[in-house]
Design a protein around this ligand. Structure first.
Ligand code: FES
Length: 170
């Protein structure tokens, strides 16, 4: 009788042990997918935010200058810090203009006065695309739409840029 009782006790002990280890392993397996599903939703996203591009408004002239900065980007589980670029200047009314450097033809990078042949224009070296200073595409060159314009705001005299907004083609 006491031997049988002892065997049951061992069996119970084994069952509890296996259940405990199994439960621990199952919890470990479940935590990761649950965290993967919830964490990106709860995390603060930088998308749509304005970034301090480190440029004082006082330093912006009528000559387009290249400004580079990085943003924190979370894409699912992939976190990165892609770099961004804008061409920034003040127009004749003193308004700040921030243009995307991405050519609207096939996505190469344009430069202000990138060709000596075309002064006072943005130039794309890939297929000789050209844009006016305000980003308008020049008819007869490959791009069919103007350069995108960054959303912008000024805080404490510092320029902040947001998303680049596409413009309709001429
Ligand atoms: S990519 Fe700029 S002209 Fe083609």
């Amino acid at each position: 009788m006491s031997k049988e009782k002892q065997q049951v006790s061992r069996r119970q002990f084994l069952n509890y042990s296996l259940m405990g280890v199994g439960g621990f392993m199952a919890a470990g397996l479940l935590v990761s997918p649950i965290r993967m599903a919830i964490d990106p939703v709860l995390k603060k996203s930088d998308s749509g935010d304005y970034a301090n591009v480190g440029l004082s408004v006082d330093d912006i002239t009528t000559e387009p200058q290249r400004v580079d900065w990085t943003i924190e980007q979370v894409d699912g589980w992939y976190e990165s810090e892609p770099s961004k670029t804008a061409w920034v200047y003040k127009d004749d009314d003193g308004e700040i203009v921030a243009l995307s450097p991405i050519c609207t033809h096939l996505g190469c990078v344009v430069s202000w006065e990138g060709s000596e042949q075309y002064p006072e224009q943005f130039y794309c070296p890939c297929h000789d695309g050209r844009y006016e200073k305000d980003g308008t595409n020049i008819p007869g060159t490959p791009p069919l739409a103007p350069l995108a314009v960054y959303e912008q705001k000024v805080e404490n005299g510092i320029l902040f840029l947001g998303n680049a907004i596409d413009r309709k083609g001429a």
